[in-house]
Design a protein around this ligand. Structure first.
Ligand code: CAA
Length: 464
């Protein structure tokens, strides 16, 4: 049975901080953000928004657009790493908000949970709901999978320049107009790690930045190896001599903590895939330097990162490799369009991979490319850590969805924050009623109870 993404919608907060303003305030070269990391603007939540609000606003949008009633929805999952309760699942808050519009008890028949595994949990939620549909359990109903996050780092930390916020919702069913997932190829890797984590009660994560960058690439490559075996053994792909699995994917969407991480990860995967092929010889000749090898043959992350000489040489090699015509071609054709939205919005943790997918659809379609039948490969990563690689193909009715996509219009009107305003928001100095914007027809947070008996209860309204 087919199962996949029928439609996709986004909700991005209207406040943002500009990379140039941020760089100036922190004494950084703006080029480091814009060119080095690929960050131009970072979306920031207002005082009356939390990840549940962002998720509910995205859900309402996709339901109204598709004229769905709560009866049409069988499952509502929320995946997040910005959770604010250790027990009550975020989808229950979202149901509560949606029932303010659709009537109390309207979603009573529905099931679902909040899922957690840093940025990869949305991919697990998609996989589980796809299998719920494939198993014939959906009885004609749709599943909503919402990925919603506020990427917030300590002030003055190196992660602060890679913040962002927003939600992406995907409507899943057995006749998807957009993308049907390839069966029997989804591949995972998992390892107990401390690259990025957020202990109970802490609002911002503890991050080992360069370690997390390298771990991301290693874990995704491991999952890709498994994907490769499954794609070949299931008969989905047949590799001719001199070919790699990446030749069989028209697009690659990667997890994007910042947009250039997508390019870094692509270069890493392509290097590993091409190294065994005849084409590599030509590339080495073109680059003019041999690929460096770490001193420690065990190649642990610690030994690789500690090997300064190797790291410097490898950095130089990667830079030269990414400038080759062969890499530029694959980058422009398979990845570049997925990075556009990330540059304008920033990191969305769980949602960043799917914002990239949404971005790729819009900007490839705008080039006049017929996307029907094109295969998308997804490289999902969550710190702590786990990776997932999977794929799907674009369906004949995709145009119905993609032709109306307009990121620029969906983001507008945006309000550029001053550094003072941003820092006041970052330090949580204002209450929900002191919001900067007065939005209409959106769910907003009204208050969080502080009394002993009801501490933490959140009240939301739909702002008519
Ligand atoms: N002009 C142009 N480019 C410049 C520059 C300048 N003046 N100065 C630096 N750059 C370039 C650097 O060369 C580098 O490019 P390459 O990656 O191509 O080498 C890039 O800008 C970044 O510079 P640094 O590596 O020196 O940056 P940093 O160490 O200060 O911080 C970071 C980068 C480690 C990613 C940090 O932002 C961070 O800790 N971020 C949070 C963690 C994170 O995003 N990890 C990603 C993987 S884990 C994950 O994905 C989970 C998740 O969502 C968080």
């Amino acid at each position: 049975m087919a199962a996949g993404i029928d439609d996709i919608a986004i909700y991005i907060p209207r406040l943002y901080i500009d990379a140039a303003d941020f760089a100036k305030a922190r004494g950084l070269d703006p080029e480091k953000l814009q060119k080095g990391l690929g960050v131009s603007q970072m979306a920031i939540v207002d005082t009356n928004q939390d990840p549940a609000c962002l998720a509910a606003n995205a859900c309402l949008q996709i339901m109204q657009k598709n004229k769905l009633s709560p009866e049409d929805i069988g499952r509502l999952y929320v995946s997040t790493e910005s959770s604010f309760d250790e027990s009550k699942a975020m989808n229950s808050y979202v149901i509560g908000m949606l029932e303010q519009v659709y009537g109390q008890g309207a979603f009573e028949h529905c099931g679902g949970v909040e899922t957690k595994f840093a940025c990869v949990s949305g991919s697990y939620a998609l996989y589980d709901n796809t299998n719920w549909i494939r198993a014939g359990e959906a009885e004609g109903k749709h599943a909503l999978v919402v990925v919603s996050d506020i990427a917030k780092y300590d002030m003055g930390s190196s992660g602060e320049m890679t913040q962002g916020a927003g939600a992406v919702v995907m409507l899943l069913n057995d006749e998807p107009r957009l993308l049907s997932f390839d069966p029997k190829v989804t591949a995972t890797s998992i390892k107990d790690e401390y690259d990025f984590y957020r202990p109970f009660g802490k609002e911002t994560p503890i991050v080992h930045g360069q370690y997390s960058n390298l771990l991301y690439m290693i874990q995704v490559r491991k999952a890709l190896e498994t994907y490769k075996k499954k794609a070949i053994s299931s008969g989905l792909m047949k590799l001719e001599p001199g070919e790699t699995i990446l030749d069989h994917m028209d697009y690659l969407n990667m997890h994007l903590p910042y947009s250039n991480m997508g390019k870094k990860a692509l270069a890493y995967l392509v290097r590993h895939e091409w190294r065994q092929l005849p084409r590599w010889k030509k590339i080495i000749q073109e680059i003019g330097i041999q690929e460096p090898i770490p001193k420690d043959p065990r190649g642990t992350i610690e030994s690789v990162l500690g090997d300064e000489e190797f790291m410097a040489k490898d950095h130089e090699f990667t830079k030269a490799f990414t400038k080759t015509r062969e890499f530029q071609e694959i980058y422009e054709a398979k990845l570049a369009s997925s990075l556009v939205a990330s540059k304008m919005i920033g990191n969305l943790y769980t949602a960043s991979l799917y914002l990239g997918f949404r971005s790729c659809l819009e900007f490839e379609y705008q080039k006049g490319i017929d996307l029907n039948g094109k295969r998308f490969g997804f490289g999902s990563y969550g710190s702590g850590s786990s990776a997932m690689v999977f794929s799907g193909t674009i369906q004949p009715q995709y145009e119905e969805i993609v032709k109306n996509m307009n990121l620029e219009a969906e983001l507008a009107p945006r309000r550029r924050l001053t550094l003072d305003e941003y820092e006041t928001l970052h330090e949580n100095k204002l209450s929900p009623e002191e919001s900067i914007l007065r939005t209409k027809r959106e769910f907003i947070l009204v208050d969080v109870n502080t009394t002993t008996e009801s501490r933490g209860e959140r009240r939301y309204i739909f702002n008519e």
